[in-house]
Design a binder for this molecule. Structure first.
Ligand code: 5AD
Ligand code: SF4
Length: 474
């Protein structure tokens, strides 16, 4: 049931050949620095860029000043992310001035947009490589050409239909958590979203390849795996067999070993009872591969007219009935969502429907975004763009309400024991460790750093909107 989108053997061999040519360029140690913006898919793409760079003789560094190659992996979902990536790229100019041979590359979704090409050519003439999100498999070829030409190799034409999994990936050695892409691209064309234009059509990886990758990760000691896709519930539609995301989850849970499986992102129009049933039948537990008791289900807006204008293909009642079913089957399920405020034409009454939706669902957490106009999407051309001040005001009210709901939901954990994977020293208090529960809750507690990467049981003593606090259970 192979997908048609896998790279051909010829193309893989070609890129492998370029990797060996680049490796032979010099014997001196070389370093690559990668700055990643945006979603988990971009993190996963950076791991592949890093894997290929390593094959080409570049070791990863976390100091851009010593790098022989700097890559900025960009996001295009909102303007803010683009501006940040451009400003950081501008800051790397100083390294290029000191070390003219250094290769500066900008990759990912931002540079997959045709209109950015001239922009960048004019304003950032010192950038050597532009490599759109669906072109990363040609990274070896472009590095080789750039080295041969002494820099300045613009390349923007996007190919929207390949899967590059045969090329190397560099994961953090000994890491307890890993990303695994199950599909790429999106066919949904929500009217506000740039993703389908920059990441191309949906293409599912071969299930056997996914299963063997997961088997290998589990036997290497990986304890948490997040399955990635822009719309994982569409998984399998392009395969030549009746096999969907729930079937894939069921097969993953039959793998021997111990691991917690997370997945994102789900689309409410495609997620159904079958998904919830598989989750409920395969809970995460000691000694087994199971699914985390959490669901990220982007609602975007609580009003049906707005949902229609967004081209989301569900109404709030349909969404809510799936949530109700999930809560019935898994009373402890943690629910999260994405919300956009200030979509063109959104009225105060329509926004109130979104606030009411938050109260009805009782999310554990939300990811909220102020609508950002994306060139080339239908919503950017819609009349009645909402003024900035109104968007800001709605965002504040949304966050205030959600903080209250999150605090109430987290308070229910006080007095209970939770199992958490220890991530390391807390970023906000160096005397504490931070862990994450299967519900994706952050827990702070005291303990030795040697616990990093293992599971601990924590008795929760207090809770805030965004974190739990407690003690290791003896
Ligand atoms: N403006 C604001 N938020 C957006 N998102 C996608 N496109 C836009 C946009 N133009 C949000 C959606 C999506 C999340 C990843 O980003 O909520 O689910
Ligand atoms: Fe964008 Fe909609 Fe696809 Fe998600 S489902 S990536 S919001 S177009």
């Amino acid at each position: 049931m192979a997908s048609n989108f896998h790279l051909s053997e010829t193309e893989i061999n070609k890129q492998r050949h370029y990797m060996s040519l680049v490796r032979a360029f010099t014997d001196k140690p070389r370093y690559v620095y990668i700055k990643t913006f945006g979603c988990q898919q971009n993190e996963a793409d950076s791991e592949r860029l890093c894997g290929m760079a390593e094959e080409m003789g570049y070791q990863r560094t976390f100091d851009p000043a010593v790098a022989d190659m700097i890559l900025v992996n960009t996001c295009a979902v909102r303007e803010h992310a683009e501006l940040k990536a451009l400003s950081i790229t501008g800051g790397y100019k100083k390294y290029k001035e000191k070390k003219p041979d250094m290769i500066l590359g900008v990759c990912g979704c931002m540079v997959a947009q045709e209109h950015r090409k001239d922009d960048i050519k004019n304003k950032y003439p010192y950038i050597d490589i532009l490599l759109g999100a669906t072109l990363i498999h040609r990274f070896p070829e472009i590095v080789y050409t750039t080295l041969c030409n002494g820099g300045r190799n613009f390349w923007i034409d996007n190919e929207l239909s390949v899967i590059a999994e045969e090329l190397p990936v560099k994961r953090e050695a000994g890491a307890a958590a890993a990303w695994v892409s199950v599909m790429y691209g999106c066919n949904n064309f929500c009217t506000y979203c740039i993703v389908p234009y920059v990441r191309g059509r949906e293409r599912s990886r071969d299930p056997q390849k996914i299963l063997s990758e997961i088997r290998a990760l589990i036997s290497d000691g990986v304890r948490e795996i997040t399955l990635l896709g822009q719309n994982v519930n569409s998984y399998g539609k392009d395969l030549d067999r009746n096999y969907d995301f729930s079937d894939l989850l069921r097969d993953i849970c039959a793998i021997p070993g111990e691991c917690v499986i997370h997945f994102m992102t789900s689309h409410p129009k495609d997620a159904g009872h079958k998904l919830i049933d598989v989750m409920a039948e395969n809970p995460a537990q000691k000694g087994k591969v199971g699914i985390a008791c959490r669901l990220h289900l982007p609602l975007q807006a609580g009003n049906d007219r707005v949902l229609k204008a967004m081209n989301r293909h569900y109404d709030f009642d349909k969404y809510m009935s799936l949530i109700t079913y999930a809560k019935e089957k898994m009373p402890d399920i943690a629910l999260t969502t994405d919300i956009i405020v200030g979509f063109p034409g959104e009225t105060e009454e329509e926004f109130l429907d979104t606030l009411n939706a938050l109260k009805a669902v009782e999310y554990d957490n939300i990811f909220s975004f102020i609508y950002s106009k994306r060139k080339g999407t239908p919503a950017a051309e819609m009349a009645d763009q909402v003024p900035d001040s109104v968007k800001q005001n709605r965002m504040k009210r949304l966050l205030d309400l959600q903080n209250e709901i999150s605090r109430t939901k987290n308070a229910k954990y006080v007095g209970k024991t939770v199992r958490a994977l220890v991530e390391g020293i807390s970023k906000t208090d160096s005397s504490r460790l931070t862990g994450r529960t299967e519900q994706n809750k952050i827990v702070h507690f005291e303990g030795p750093t040697s616990l990093t990467g293992s599971y601990v049981s924590i008795e929760v003593t207090s809770a805030e909107a965004h974190a739990l606090y407690g003690n290791i259970k003896k």
